[in-house]
Design a protein around this ligand. Structure first.
Ligand SMILES: C[S@@+](CC[C@H](N)C(=O)[O-])C[C@H]1O[C@@H](n2cnc3c(N)ncnc32)[C@H](O)[C@@H]1O
Length: 303
């Protein structure tokens, strides 16, 4: 597919946020493929021996590896069907590294399909404790169920509903991997360049505010929530965190201590000044580490 032209509005907006030419160059470049070994099914040394691939460690995820050679159809290998690995973009592994669920935890994955992160949660929990994996999309839900089964995640209940209707729980840990405008993943879906518009960014930010509010209300005191998106739109990122901090005095953004290049959080955008608490949000541009762009925030609820 021919790469669509960037809209002038998009260029102006992103030139205010970063070096647009660098952003464009890295956004359109095909990135090195990566996978995550599913330790519920196989150990890392056994996997390496069996697959015989040139693998390079993803620095921020022990089970994550870049595939350092040209391979086709890795998803057709029998080991994929056996659930030995999940093809997952390297920056998409960060939210669960930051959430760090432990065996025995009670965890909500609020927008879970198709399950790259739920299966990562399951592996970290060693199938001990409980996960509720929710999504609102029926078709994506079947991929979620298939991936959970393939990867041998057994401590999970899947639910099909709008996240904002979840009520009355006290989770230890919650992931809100929100539906978003996806401007961090243009190399995979260049169509976004064509479909992007400020109105849909505003509409998505409304859904994201509902989801983060509900998630926070279902978090136990002392619990931790990770909010992530694969968009670089401040309204959907720092804007959503700022909304939470302005409305819940017991929400605090924690520093994220992880080994990668990051960019400063956006503290104001257009006429909007964000809550100063957003300064600890993790914003990753495609040009920072040669991965997809991602936004990740860790929030703790005061005891
Ligand atoms: C970024 S994707 C999630 C990817 C998934 N966490 C993974 O790592 O495989 C966002 C998901 O949010 C779901 N979604 C959209 N609106 C929602 C809502 N109101 N409540 C819950 N999920 C929603 C979409 O169907 C989509 O699957």
């Amino acid at each position: 597919m021919k790469t669509p032209e960037f809209k002038q509005k998009f260029i102006d907006r992103y030139s205010d946020l970063t070096d647009f030419e660098e952003f464009k160059k890295y956004s359109l470049k095909m990135q090195t493929k990566s996978l995550r070994v599913n330790t519920l099914k196989v150990s890392i040394p056994e996997f390496k021996e069996r697959m015989n691939l040139k693998l390079k460690q993803v620095p921020w995820c022990k089970e994550g590896f870049f595939i350092d050679e040209e391979v086709f159809g890795i998803g057709n290998r029998p080991e994929h069907g056996l659930g030995y690995f999940y093809v997952q973009e390297a920056s998409s592994m960060i939210p669960i590294e930051v959430l760090n669920p432990k065996p025995g935890d009670f965890v909500l994955d609020m927008a879970a399909a198709p399950g790259s992160k739920t299966t990562q949660i399951g592996a970290k929990m060693k199938n001990e404790g409980y996960i509720i994996a929710n999504d609102t999309d029926y078709t994506r839900m079947s991929s979620l169920n298939a991936n959970l089964q393939r990867c041998g995640v057994r401590n999970v209940i899947t639910t099909l509903m709008q996240g904002r209707f979840i009520r009355g729980f006290e989770f230890d840990k919650i992931l809100v991997d929100a539906p978003c405008s996806g401007t961090g993943t243009l190399s995979k879906s260049p169509r976004t360049i064509k479909t992007w518009n400020p109105f849909s960014v505003r509409r998505l930010a409304g859904i994201q505010r509902q989801l983060i509010k509900t998630a926070f209300e279902n978090l136990k005191a002392g619990g931790e929530l990770v909010y992530s998106t694969c968009t670089l739109e401040p309204e959907e990122d720092e804007g959503v965190i700022s909304y939470l901090l302005d409305n819940f005095s017991d929400a605090k953004v924690s520093k994220i201590d992880i080994d990668l290049k990051r960019s400063s959080a956006v503290t104001s955008f257009g006429k909007k000044e964000y809550n100063p608490g957003v300064k600890n949000c993790l914003r990753i541009w495609p040009q920072d580490n040669g991965t997809d762009g991602f936004f990740i925030t860790k929030i703790k609820k005061d005891l």
